[in-house]
Design a protein around this ligand. Structure first.
Ligand SMILES: Nc1ncnc2c1ncn2[C@@H]1O[C@H](COP(=O)(O)OP(=O)(O)OP(=O)(O)O)[C@@H](O)[C@H]1O
Length: 336
């Protein structure tokens, strides 16, 4: 466990995927240049050096006198589930907004490796361009098209990858028809992945809240991301929905998609995260495995406002929630 996010951490032992056994390394400098180029990770499966998929360096974001991010650096590897936690106003959503082009930080850079041999600087790109590169997100407040079916909502995501133009679609050219059929098939597969195949033709607005959250994830996955950002995906869901969500996040990461997760539900975070970074007042105050972070006095004091770990809410720092030595997903089991 180190302060300021400047160390390398190991993932908990319950991560079975080889990709996720490599852990995360937060806040270290990088020799990578900016802009697009053929990167050194050509041979690496994650694209970047050490299988990295994304690296943010020294991000600073200010709104007038308010500092949202103050020198934030983090690194994430392929297939890793990295949780960003911290109190309200700590800067978590600001970080997501910088990574996805919604905000442009005044300082710092974000390198993304969409695939082996390609790297791109994300700062300065539009949200749409970043989505096309392979970064998708969901939002704190659900943003579905309520009057469209679940299937149509996911198809909107898959359209990011379709190559035919509007004219080809209007004229019903064979290539466009084939692409549309493929899009529908892919959207149905994603509904299956998130456990909603039976809802395909129902209006998004008619789905229970927890299912709407999973539908949002399916739509984001429709863009075929390598990096998926989930902003409080468990907000407003019940315990059963949280368990389904935890299982889904682990399944998504198992497909090689890296998941960056903002979540206030610590039981969920501690159960699924490979590693955790803790933000407070726009700075990373700690990073490490879930076990390391939940025992860190600075985190307990800053984030939980508690004097010592022993007095903490068992839902938040229960050492039994995550068993780093277990062969299976022990933390996940604890949720049941
Ligand atoms: N567009 C904006 N204009 C002005 N201030 C902003 C803006 N976006 C964020 N902030 C400020 O930046 C700080 C960090 O906000 P942010 O939403 O990133 O925190 P957060 O950790 O996501 O909080 P929460 O857990 O409540 O969602 C807050 O002080 C917030 O008021």
């Amino acid at each position: 466990m180190t302060r300021g996010g400047a160390h390398r951490v190991s993932p908990p032992g319950h991560r079975r995927s080889r990709d996720r056994q490599r852990g995360s390394s937060q806040g270290r400098g990088s020799s990578q240049g900016r802009g697009d180029s053929q990167g050194p990770g050509e041979a690496g499966r994650g694209g970047g050096p050490e299988d990295l998929v994304v690296e943010a360096r020294d991000l600073a974001l200010r709104f007038g006198g308010v500092t949202s991010l103050d020198g934030v650096s983090l690194r994430q590897r392929r297939g890793e589930i990295l949780a960003v936690i911290g109190p309200n106003g700590a800067g978590k959503t600001s970080l997501f907004n910088c990574l996805t082009g919604a905000y442009r930080p005044q300082q710092g850079s974000v390198t993304f490796w969409p695939r082996p041999g390609r790297q791109a600087e994300l700062v300065g790109r539009s949200p749409h361009a970043i989505t096309r590169l392979g970064v998708a997100r969901t939002f704190q407040n659900i943003r579905l098209f309520p009057a469209l079916s679940a299937l149509e909502n996911v198809q909107i995501g898959t359209e990011v990858r379709q190559r035919y133009g509007p004219l080809a679609a209007v004229l019903g050219l064979p290539g466009a028809r084939r692409a549309e059929r493929d899009g529908v098939r892919h959207a149905l597969e994603l509904l299956e992945l998130v456990g909603l195949p039976h809802r395909a033709h129902e209006l998004a607005s008619s789905l229970p809240y927890g299912e709407q959250r999973r539908l949002e994830i399916a739509r984001a996955l429709g863009t075929e991301p390598r990096l998926l950002l989930l902003d409080e995906p468990a907000a407003g869901t019940n315990p059963a929905e949280k368990r389904d969500l935890a299982e889904l996040i682990i399944r998504i990461a198992g497909t090689g998609v890296s998941v960056l997760l903002i979540e206030h539900d610590m039981r969920l975070v501690m159960s699924v995260a490979t590693s955790v970074v803790v933000l407070n007042f726009g700075r990373i105050i700690a990073s490490g495995t879930p076990v390391e972070v939940q025992r860190d006095p600075a985190v307990i004091e800053a984030y939980l406002g508690l004097a010592d770990a022993g007095a903490a809410d068992p839902d938040v720092v229960d050492p039994d929630v995550v068993d780093p030595g277990a062969a299976g997903p022990a933390g996940w089991k604890e949720l049941r």
